[in-house]
Design a binder for this molecule. Structure first.
Ligand code: UDP
Ligand code: MG
Length: 254
């Protein structure tokens, strides 16, 4: 962990980065503008998830010029959920904002999140009104995923909500205490409870590069979500096991 170790900021902005070399400086500029205009002091915690495109050099340059920038770098690609969790471990702010590096989560939404936080909400999550730059197939599968998950899950996980959110320190500390290895971060925050509210925003297309979520990775994430937040897969396995047992027993009698 490199960076200024002394000051406790109001906000920690946590950003997982995997091959985002062309986006990080633009994100940093926009964050500085918006947060300084709104007199919000912050630290920027960047987690390099074993990028191969020079992301680490961009991060190191930033950390050298601005002591509010701190970072960690993974030894291999562990994925977005692990990088977010590492960011929570390192963040020291009174609240943490988790966001993407590609400017799909607009920094301009953060002041509105902060004002809801100051009204007493402990988690303020962004709800996507519009998803530019995403194909119909992704929009439809995402729409179905959230509806199916909520149909079978015991936890109410809000639809059309990604990881972009502001989280109060007390909730961050509880999140850090959860033992899950296979993580579906947005579901874990829903499960934790506390006073939560939504802020609606228009989600633009990525500034540069392409989504790191292939269909295979999305499937793995969806699988983690279903197995962590619903007993339906377990019940299905038990039902199938019992059916096979009964059929085999009947067959052996015949
Ligand atoms: N990311 C990461 N590790 C990964 C994949 C993604 O740290 O293995 C980061 C990525 O750099 C971005 C965020 O997680 O900051 C969300 O990824 P992406 O923008 O590709 O997802 P999408 O917005 O398309 O769902
Ligand atoms: Mg993105």
């Amino acid at each position: 962990m490199i960076g200024d170790q002394n000051k406790i900021p109001t906000l920690s902005i946590v950003v997982p980065c995997f091959n985002e070399a062309l986006n990080i400086n633009a994100l940093y500029q926009r964050l500085c503008e918006v947060l300084q205009q709104n007199e919000l002091d912050f630290e920027l915690v960047l987690i390099n998830d074993a990028s191969t495109d020079g992301t680490l050099d961009v991060i190191k340059n930033l950390a050298e010029t601005d002591r509010r920038v701190r970072y960690a770098s993974f030894s291999r690609n562990f994925g977005h959920e692990a990088a977010s969790s590492c960011g929570f471990d390192l963040a020291r702010g009174k609240a943490v904002v988790l966001m993407d590096a590609d400017l799909q989560d607009p920094p301009e939404v953060i002041p509105a999140m902060v004002s809801r936080w100051r009204q007493g909400y402990q988690v303020v999550y962004g709800r996507r009104m519009n998803r530019q730059g995403e194909g119909t197939r992704k929009k439809v599968s995402s729409f179905l995923f959230y509806r199916l998950l909520n149909r079978f899950s015991e936890t109410d996980i809000p639809a059309d909500v990604g990881d972009f959110r502001l989280i109060d320190r007390i909730v961050v500390e509880h999140f850090k205490g959860l033992p899950e290895k296979n993580r579906f971060v947005r579901g874990m925050f829903s499960w934790l409870g506390f006073r939560q509210t939504a802020i609606e925003f228009e989600r633009p297309a990525r500034l540069s590069g392409h989504s790191k979520y292939s269909w295979a990775r999305l499937f793995i994430l969806a699988f983690a979500a279903f197995t962590s937040f619903s007993l339906a897969p377990l019940r299905l396995c038990i039902f199938l096991g019992l059916t096979v047992t009964v059929l085999s027993f009947t067959a052996s009698l015949v």
